[in-house]
Design a protein around this ligand. Sequence first.
Ligand code: NAD
Length: 278
Amino acid sequence: MTVPTVKLNSGHEIPQLGFGVFLVPADEAEKAVSEALEVGYRHIDTAAIYRNEEGVGAAIAKSGIARDELFITTKLWNDRQAGEEPHDAIRESLDKLGLDRVDLYLTHWPTPEKDTYSNAWQKLIEIRDQGLATSIGVSNHLPEHLDRIVQDTGVVPAVDQIELHPAYQQAEVSAWGEKHGMKIESWGPLGQGKYPLFENPAVAAAAEAHAKSPAQVVLRWHLQRGVIVFPKSVRKERMAENLDVFDFELTADEMQGITAIDPGDGSGRVGSHPLEFN
Ligand code: NAD
């Protein structure tokens, strides 16, 4: 199974499809990540706040897979953005992961009320320059936050990881990325199971036409748009299903039908809003 890669503005390549571990409990993370690696995933998305970095690290260590074949992302939690805190936070994450560097380190949320996200970005640049993160990016940043950090530092994030699925597309963030050479990562690519995506007629019809599952169709929609995804499942058969999306292609009409699912008024959002999450 060869997963295509996307080239980041750092010059490094990221596997376009990975495995996310949000809400995977600490004591289950090692097993879930071990199974994901067995199934063929090489890109793992975790975060300090998921409290499962140790389990991820244990699975990596036991896998025997060469470090340069893996792509590991973790994230700086919101209460550690100020002052020099990000430097301590990355070292703690690396320690838990058992790594000397991550492939991608992200500021998790802008938390605008605290007004520390630009400082956090400055510290991530230093962390990258020290070699502790090969590439750096942000998560849940809106264009106004992106404009600010670039204005303050001159450095464009490699990615912005945002809630993105057919019912909530945040086109303005993608347009910003397109203009500035920043890639988009989707969190909640399947709508976290909270939005009725799989029953949607456009998804269901494409699934039937290609003899694929609705989840595979939604993942394929992301991939054909150039978005980076890392769906989560603790069930091994679903891990395999979510990886098995490279042997079919949605037609332009099917793509358009799925894109039209977004109600356009923000009501498809299933997670927190970046302006309200502090
Ligand atoms: P997701 O859209 O990947 O949905 C996961 C849920 O979908 C699973 O719990 C399961 O119930 C269901 N599912 C998975 N595969 C399926 C299949 N083949 N068929 C049917 N149902 C299936 O949501 P997510 O886990 O929130 O997002 C993916 C990853 O994004 C996370 O694990 C995490 O790494 C990241 N994330 C980041 C943020 C952020 O703020 N940066 C927020 C949430 C998630």
